[in-house]
Design a protein around this ligand. Sequence first.
Ligand SMILES: [Zn+2]
Ligand SMILES: [Zn+2]
Length: 244
Amino acid sequence: MCSGHKSPGQSICHLCGKALEDDRSREHVPPQQFFPKDLRDGVNLLTIPTHRECNASYAKDEEYVFQSLSATAVQSPVGWALRRDRRHRVRSMGRPGLVLHEKVLAEFDQRPGGLHLPQYLVAKTFDGPRVHRVMWKIVRGLFFHHDGRFLPENTPHNWDAFGRPEDVPRGIQEMLNLDLDIHGVEKSVFAYRFVNVQGEDMKAWWWDMLLWGSVMVVVPFHDPTCDCGICVKVGRKAEEGEGG
Ligand SMILES: [Zn+2]
Ligand SMILES: [Zn+2]
């Protein structure tokens, strides 16, 4: 059991913050396909209610991120199971699946830049904005699950992804060295940790996630109640946007 766990209200959608009516669906966090079929049998994956439409807007990006990033998991039972799943999914998608498969193949690269893979020392590039969108969605969902509060999409945050330990800058390495609780229902597939970071005029969080034992994603962000200069500015902008 994780202490400090609050049961979040089931009445709002964690993606838009608005009330849930009949259009609710239960969404897997992270997306279901991130867990290889072989490994999700009998595992109680985490689901959170959202509006069907809010969740559906992520479907294409989630499939891309699954196909692109999970290809970095190799030489492990998880990696083999993922590869089989990717092939099945691509085939069942027909023509769009083929296009996606070719896009992902073209992302493997001998040149530097992108994500370096330890086994073959090739680089894997990826579509940064799409990966960012999906990772931020996962963090917002998990935050809602653990904390019970809605984390607005425009919350000031950062993100980075690493495929091998030597690419992690020193400042980030210090955070990864912290002895934090490790969460996740099937940690060989998806594990995550988080800690509240209180600065003098800033309330913030550090979250990191390890996908398939091969990709480390770090996402620091400001707390919803933070009133530092950056958050005040973002809040004001949002209010102006709502006004007209
Ligand atoms: Zn919604
Ligand atoms: Zn702030």
